[in-house]
Design a protein around this ligand. Structure first.
Ligand code: FPP
Length: 240
């Protein structure tokens, strides 16, 4: 996390913010190649931006934030790029662990993270353990995450329990996000208009926002613009 005070747009109502915001950080590669840089510098810039946006979400008082960090489909990328992403995430977690504790921010994970390289698994286990009693802000990192895998895993847990599930909440409790409310607002950067296997069960009533801005360039000001758009929506949850 980094310190920083950002001016609040006068159209943003701080009393009507989403409880849980989820972000698909897309466009790191294109951000880099459009500048003649290697793709991993895009991921590095994406990480710097994640720090900035996490800080801003925290400053706004939004309690839960999920970031799509690495999908089960991202294994199809070149090994060098995958290793680069893992190193960036590992260094971020190791360097910022004390900042999280100081700010009362908890880190949780959605995904099969134990299948990641050992040094990254250690960094994740360390930050999860050190921040487990924090509750001012919850950062959920979706890493080695796939929505369909998560649902399948939940179904298998239900079958193994041998008990019929009575409610939708019973199933929600079998997902990685068991302790998180469903995301109210999902943002995807870079102009792609798809969901790419992200939080499929949890997004039933989420509001969506797509912007052409590449993730490393997505600023706190852009976030506020998205939130103002969110506040103009009429969320009816099936009612009239
Ligand atoms: C999508 O851009 C981004 C990713 C697959 C990786 C996201 C990872 C980070 C931002 C690293 C930092 C994360 C943490 C939690 C510290 P892309 O490569 O698909 O971009 P493209 O579509 O332009 O190629």
């Amino acid at each position: 996390m980094i310190d920083g005070k950002v001016k609040i747009n006068k159209h943003l109502d701080l009393n009507r913010l989403p409880t849980h915001i989820a972000i698909i950080m897309d466009g790191n590669g294109r951000w880099a190649t459009s500048r003649g840089l290697p793709r991993n510098l895009g991921h590095k810039a994406g990480c710097e931006n994640l720090k900035k946006i996490v800080q801003h979400i925290y400053d706004l008082g939004i309690k839960y934030a999920t970031f799509f960090t690495f999908s089960t489909e991202n294994w199809k990328r070149p090994k060098e790029e995958i290793d680069g992403i893992f190193n960036i995430v590992r260094d971020y977690l190791n360097e910022d662990v004390n900042q999280f504790v100081k700010r009362g921010a908890k880190v949780v994970v959605s995904g099969e993270y134990k299948k990641l390289p050992d040094d990254l698994v250690r960094a994740i286990d360390n930050i999860v353990e050190k921040t487990k009693d924090c509750d001012k802000f919850i950062l959920n990192l979706a890493i080695n995450y796939g929505g369909r895998d998560e649902i399948l895993r939940g179904v298998n847990k239900a079958v193994e329990s041998g008990k019929k599930l009575e409610t939708q909440q019973d199933f929600s409790k079998l997902l990685y996000s068991a302790d998180l409310p469903d995301p109210d607002f999902i943002i995807r950067t870079s102009g792609e208009m798809r969901i790419s296997n992200f939080m499929l069960w949890q997004m039933a009533y989420s509001e969506f926002y797509f912007t052409k801005v590449y993730w490393p360039s997505f600023s706190p000001k852009d976030l506020q613009k998205a939130l103002i758009d969110y506040q103009r929506r009429d969320r009816r949850f099936g009612k009239v």
